[in-house]
Design a protein around this ligand. Structure first.
Ligand SMILES: [Zn+2]
Length: 238
């Protein structure tokens, strides 16, 4: 069963309603969701509210076995909903918004550090990219200053879709060596920050890069010859 991914068209949805389609040992599957499953960015947390007001706390969200299937992982000792039941969905918005800001900040930073991306992760308090680059080319002060100068331009972000064939014709769009964009559905989602960045990404982003605010470089360290890690945080987390 695939889940309709409402966050894909609108990352700002904090609430929605959905129907339970399956209940597994590891979690709950719905016909549609605003919960982003772990993948580059950590999975969302939040609450599923039953018609009787009972609240099912969701500790994490993971991808299911099929493409576009999403498993909502309840916390310990939560009530189990019935198949067919309609639930009100609420994500932990403060946490998600921090993830959206940090995620978009990495897109901007990847245009300051121009090198192949070999890894990355986004948590609510910090985010990182790994680059295949010489350590001597990474300077925290420079990265912080240039990234913040781009953020200060306050450019709106756009989601665009292209076909697999169009992406194959433009391999330079793919900066991430570790995670190739998913193919097979015939089209690929891109995030465009006009004049700054364009790359395949299925994640959640802010509508305008000005919403990120300033970032800080927390540390730069080597995790291996092809993994020079740059870790950042929001200067004003909330
Ligand atoms: Zn992204």
């Amino acid at each position: 069963m695939t889940t309709e991914l409402l966050f894909r068209d609108d990352a700002y949805l904090r609430t929605a309603s959905a129907r339970v389609v399956a209940v597994y040992e590891r979690g709950i599957e719905l016909d549609r969701t605003i919960f982003y499953p772990q993948g580059g960015q950590v999975g969302d947390s939040g609450t599923l509210v039953r018609a009787n007001g009972e609240r099912i706390g969701i500790a994490d969200t993971r991808k299911g076995d099929l493409p576009d299937s999403v498993i909502h992982v309840p916390g310990a000792a939560m009530p189990t909903p019935d198949i067919g039941e309609t639930l009100a969905l609420e994500i932990d918005w403060t946490r998600r918004h921090a993830l959206m800001r940090l995620h978009t900040a990495l897109h901007v930073m990847s245009c300051v550090v121009v090198a192949p991306v070999t890894g990355g992760n986004i948590a609510p308090d910090k985010a990182r990219l790994d680059f295949d680059i010489d350590m001597s080319l990474l300077d925290a002060t420079h990265i912080e200053r240039e990234t913040n100068a781009l953020i200060a331009r306050g450019v709106p972000t756009e989601t665009v879709w292209i076909t697999d064939a169009e992406l194959d014709a433009r391999p330079e769009l793919v900066k991430t060596m570790s995670v190739q964009p998913p193919r097979g559905s015939g089209r690929v989602r891109l995030l465009r920050i006009p004049g700054i960045d364009l790359q395949p990404c299925g994640g959640t982003h802010v509508a305008n890069i000005g919403e990120i605010g300033a970032i800080r470089v927390l540390k730069i360290r080597s995790e291996g010859r092809r993994n020079r890690r740059v870790e950042i945080a929001l200067a004003e987390p909330a």
